[in-house]
Design a protein around this ligand. Structure first.
Ligand code: SF4
Ligand code: SF4
Length: 105
């Protein structure tokens, strides 16, 4: 087993970053299936809109999140992770959605 205790962080972190990056190069690209937005749970805070790196999401006239540029989505899941109300779920190919959520328009 490798010992890390005696090594300073500035030595450990760059090599860990490189390992994560190289692992990422060999991982298959995630393919978006759909955004499932629970309109009853969405409170229109706009956090998902603000954090989406591809400007996929907007708030509609009822202040509910909607995916308006689905084709630009890279399935990074930042919107899902940042939503404080668990109102948005990003499903990818070969992944089953959770019960109770509904597809966004
Ligand atoms: S972060 Fe969640 S609650 Fe806020 S607008 Fe987006 S989906 Fe709605
Ligand atoms: S998964 Fe990423 S790119 Fe797609 S809508 Fe959410 S934050 Fe935007």
């Amino acid at each position: 087993m490798r010992r890390l205790e005696n090594r300073p962080l500035y030595e450990i972190l760059p090599s860990m970053n490189e390992r994560v990056k190289s692992r990422g190069r060999h991982m298959p690209k995630t393919k978006l299936k759909e955004h499932r937005i629970n309109r009853d749970w969405c409170k229109g805070c706009g956090i998902c809109v603000a954090f989406c790196p591809k400007s996929v999401l907007e708030l509609d006239a009822q202040d509910k999140a909607v995916a308006v540029r689905i084709e630009d989505c890279i399935a990074c899941r930042l919107c899902e992770l940042r939503c404080p109300d668990l109102a948005i779920e990003v499903t990818v190919a070969d992944q089953k959605p959770e019960a109770g959520s509904q597809k966004s328009e």
